[in-house]
Design a protein around this ligand. Structure first.
Ligand SMILES: *Cc1c(COP(=O)(O)O)cnc(C)c1O
Length: 437
């Protein structure tokens, strides 16, 4: 293996002959010297593209701009860079200009489900709040690719305040997910202000931050950032490692600081063709993450975003990966595999089947080894029929949940209290033909 430190010193001196390792570890220096053009990329890594290649690449970055931190660039293995998982995540491919017929600019309909700028309110009790339009690096597989390369900007206080006001006025929101862009690209005091405003809203029980900074710019996780975050518990951080190669000494140090500050860490990875579409790579990644106190949270199917067709795998590849994890490694090293439904349906978990069949008194199950077993259902279990009298239960159980909620979706069909017997798509021909329509 090439010595990473040596390579970083070499890249640093090519960027600025006076640069020392002190600068390398300064996140502002890293941002200032982010690689945004092809010739600089070639010069720093000592590689050359053919004229045809360069032309195709220039055309690609006109539509989807390029930005790589010197740190992330240093992780590329130049000996076989075209197959390198780091290269593929940060360096443009002319395939990004291919528009597939299923591609969409906003496949998750985040803009449609947005009541005020920056807020996507899709689920009953939580919102996505985009507080930054700046990223340290432009991931080639970005699901919000439509927004990448719009001028980098940080929404001003007036815009952020509209989002805060929306949250303040909706007591059902108990969980706020800050994303972007990358919230860790905000100045410490600005993020401090947003978090303080959220802390002051009584119904907001938990705040989460989604960031790729520990992966692409780990030196941004400074002591002062962490000391500020510590004041805002309960705060969770979800990061985005896609490949075991990204777990370096520097990123481990960033994770250690966050975990030592009492912040529970999760990881959301994306299944990407040619990067991590392999059960062995994924297992290694998840094991390295738990070693660094990061709980694999979600593994995403690649979205139908325009320009990502070359990154997409079949869903069956994802199921295969999960099959190779459950039972084979620690339960807490296995994320939930989800497909984010095109059109704004939200995340849909997908798994192999473990429940094979059942009768009225037995359930047939299989384990990861192929053992087929039976679970005999209890004879004595009397299902409790819910009478919806939460106050009476509250007297007995003292669970602090005496507030009635109305079931929705499949939970509504299952509810003992709801009359609904089916969920029917609106305006089908069959419904329109009905006499009472
Ligand atoms: C993913 C997501 C959330 C959070 O979902 P969890 O399953 O709770 O992690 C919230 N809002 C939107 C719009 C999302 O896409």
């Amino acid at each position: 293996m090439v010595n990473l430190k040596l390579k970083q010193v070499e890249i640093a001196s090519k960027i600025d002959s006076a640069a020392a390792i002190v600068q390398w570890n300064d996140w502002k220096w890293q941002m200032k010297h982010a690689i945004t053009d092809i010739p600089t990329f070639e010069r720093l890594l000592g590689i050359r593209f053919s004229d045809d290649e360069r032309q195709a690449l220039e055309k690609t970055i006109q539509k989807f701009p390029l930005r790589i931190t010197p740190y992330y660039l240093s992780l590329i293995d130049t000996r076989d860079y075209k197959n390198d998982p780091i290269y593929r995540q940060c360096f443009p491919s002319p395939s990004e200009l291919v528009v597939d017929k299923c591609d969409m600019a906003d496949p998750l309909a985040e803009d449609k489900d947005s009541p005020v700028p920056g807020i996507t309110h899709r689920y009953p009790d939580r919102v996505l709040f985009l507080v930054s339009n700046v990223c340290a690096m432009y991931c080639r597989h970005c699901t919000r690719k439509r927004k990448v390369g719009n001028v980098d900007y940080i929404p001003d206080k007036a815009t952020i305040s509209m989002g805060l006001e929306y949250i303040r006025n909706n007591p059902a929101i108990r969980d706020v997910l800050l994303s972007g862009g990358d919230p860790f690209m905000l100045p410490d005091d600005y993020l401090d202000w947003i978090l303080s405003e959220l802390d002051a809203i009584p119904h907001v029980e938990v705040v989460r931050i989604g960031t790729r900074v520990p992966v692409v710019l780990p030196c941004r996780v400074t002591n002062s950032l962490v000391n500020m975050l510590k004041k805002h518990h309960p705060l969770w951080v979800n990061t985005h490692f896609n490949h075991p190669k990204e777990v370096t000494p520097a990123s481990r140090e960033a994770l250690r600081k966050l975990a030592d500050a009492g912040i529970p860490l999760g990881n959301q990875c994306v299944l990407l063709a040619g990067v991590n579409d392999c059960p062995q790579i994924m297992k290694k990644l998840f094991q390295k993450l738990v070693q660094n106190r990061v709980r694999p949270y979600y593994m995403f199917q690649c979205d139908l975003t325009e320009g990502l067709s070359h990154f997409r795998t079949s869903i069956s590849k994802g199921v295969e990966i999960i099959e190779n994890l459950i039972g084979h490694t620690s339960g807490f090293a296995v994320p939930t595999y989800v497909v984010d439904a095109p059109g704004g349906g939200g995340k849909i978990p997908v798994m192999p089947n473990y429940l094979i069949s059942c009768s009225s008194n037995k359930v047939v199950l299989r384990n990861y080894e192929g053992v087929i077993t039976t679970y005999t259902e209890p004879e004595s279990y009397r299902p409790v029929k819910c009478r919806g009298d939460c106050e009476a239960c509250e007297l007995q159980l003292n669970a602090g949940c005496s507030e009635k909620t109305n079931a929705i979706g499949i939970a509504k069909l299952l509810s003992d209290l709801d009359e609904a017997i089916s969920l029917v798509p609106e305006k089908t021909r069959r419904i329109e033909r009905r006499n009472d329509a």
